[in-house]
Design a protein around this ligand. Structure first.
Ligand SMILES: [Zn+2]
Length: 159
């Protein structure tokens, strides 16, 4: 007699678990400067001299504490970019572009949105936002001390 296969019941559910956590000393200072002074700070490793952005409390290459805050420009160059046309949970309505941006004065990349240009036609969008495109931060008027205080980075060539 064949043994009956055990059935596994699937339960569909949506979990929404809001929580608050401390940004920590390093990120808190970084976000305060953005909120109050519209200023982006990197942090320098005293050993290898790299300016890291977003700032972190230690250099992951040298394993030493970082100490020196360094203002970087809110303008830089796209190092890599993805222009998205699919809708994903928790993400903006497409199309949108996400890029790694090397801000002037930093030795690492910041991930952020690139906007302020028409991305609806990918054949045109790929020329508007690409590796090497210079971009500048578009700040919110009312800032909260979050990465989203910068709405997006806009190509400087865009009007
Ligand atoms: Zn280092």
């Amino acid at each position: 007699m064949a043994e009956k296969k055990e059935e596994f019941i699937k339960v569909k559910a949506n979990w929404n678990i809001p929580f608050t956590h401390s940004a920590g000393k390093c990120a808190s200072h970084f976000f305060q400067e953005m909120r109050e002074k519209k200023r982006i700070l990197g942090i320098r490793c005293p050993k290898c001299q790299r300016v890291m952005l977003p700032p972190r409390s230690f250099c992951e290459r040298c394993f030493v504490a970082t100490t020196d805050w360094v203002p970087v420009k809110d303008e830089g160059v796209v190092e890599s970019v993805s222009i998205n046309y699919m809708e994903y949970t928790g993400m903006p309505k497409p199309p949108y572009a996400i890029a790694f941006i090397r801000l002037d004065g930093s030795d690492s990349n910041l991930m952020h949105f690139v906007g302020g240009v028409d991305l609806s036609d990918w054949k045109k969008a790929k020329d508007l936002v690409k590796i090497g495109t210079r971009v500048k931060a578009v700040w919110k008027e009312e800032r909260e001390g979050r990465m989203t205080d910068i709405m997006y980075f806009k190509p400087v060539s865009a009007k």
